[in-house]
Design a protein around this ligand. Structure first.
Ligand SMILES: [Zn+2]
Ligand SMILES: [Zn+2]
Length: 255
């Protein structure tokens, strides 16, 4: 228990289905149970690399993820989701529209990031805001953009873009993610950028959600760094999705 009370959900986690994570769904569910969670969002990466296996996987997870797992009554409700990449279009947008939980974020692995400008990044988020209701780890990747001209310390252009993203999210009803893995890493300026945007988000009244971004089961439900930072900033509990069962159900459709 923290000053925020009980954390009910981990809304960003990966399994071996991602191809570079190390635990099964079953192991993640057991870890969520141990951590006292009621909801576990499985947000394995979408790759959209054009391969036949990738296309098959997209359909498979949409059809089977929740349908097959939740009736086993494992004590933790699995929210079937996926983590999407800015700048990519899924194979079946109309099917993806039915997916319950689909954070989208900047993944430098999937695009030629040094050629991307801050304005282009912002525009990608603007486009994503019409189809996705949550932005993952908006603090990541800035130091790799525009030919790596931004250092890890906060510069006015980066601050301006973060501020615009916070305003965009509020205007479009998009949730912003506080990513525990970003805070664990504390490298590449992510901590400073997250602290900066969270400060603006608090003033702006943005709804946020918490995710560990666990790629191994033992990380699931552990939000120590996240809770420390939110406490430091005195972020209002009523703006944190993971604390409110009714809001979790409302945002993650079909629950
Ligand atoms: Zn990953
Ligand atoms: Zn990610």
């Amino acid at each position: 228990m923290t000053k925020y009370g009980k954390i009910l959900a981990d809304l960003h986690t990966h399994t071996i289905f991602s191809g570079h994570a190390f635990s099964t769904i079953e192991e993640n569910i057991a870890a969520a149970h141990r951590a006292g969670l009621r909801y576990l969002a499985i947000t394995d990466h979408y790759y959209c690399d054009g391969s036949a296996l990738d296309k098959k996987n997209e359909i498979t997870r949409l059809r089977y993820l929740e349908r097959d797992i939740n009736p086993t009554d494992c004590g933790v409700y699995v929210i079937g989701g996926g983590e999407f990449n800015l700048g990519q279009t899924p194979y079946n947008p109309e099917k993806i529209a039915q997916l319950m939980w689909k954070p989208i974020g900047l993944h430098s692995f999937f695009m030629d990031i040094p050629s991307v400008t801050l304005e282009q990044l912002y525009q990608m988020y603007v486009e994503a805001a019409s189809d996705y209701s949550s932005f993952a780890h908006i603090e990541r990747g800035f130091h790799k953009l525009e030919g790596r001209r931004f250092g890890v310390e906060l510069c006015p252009e980066v601050k301006d873009t973060l501020e615009k993203l916070v305003v965009l999210a509020k205007d479009k009803g998009v949730l912003l993610e506080v990513n525990e893995a970003s805070l664990l890493r504390k490298s590449g300026g992510v901590y400073e950028r997250m602290k900066y945007w969270l400060g603006i988000a608090r003033e702006n009244g943005n709804q946020i959600y918490l995710g560990t971004d666990a790629h191994y089961s033992s990380k699931i439900g552990h939000f120590e760094n996240t809770l420390e930072l939110l406490g430091e900033l005195d972020y209002p509990p009523e703006l944190i999705l993971n604390l409110d069962e009714d809001k979790i159900k409302a945002y993650c459709r079909n629950l």
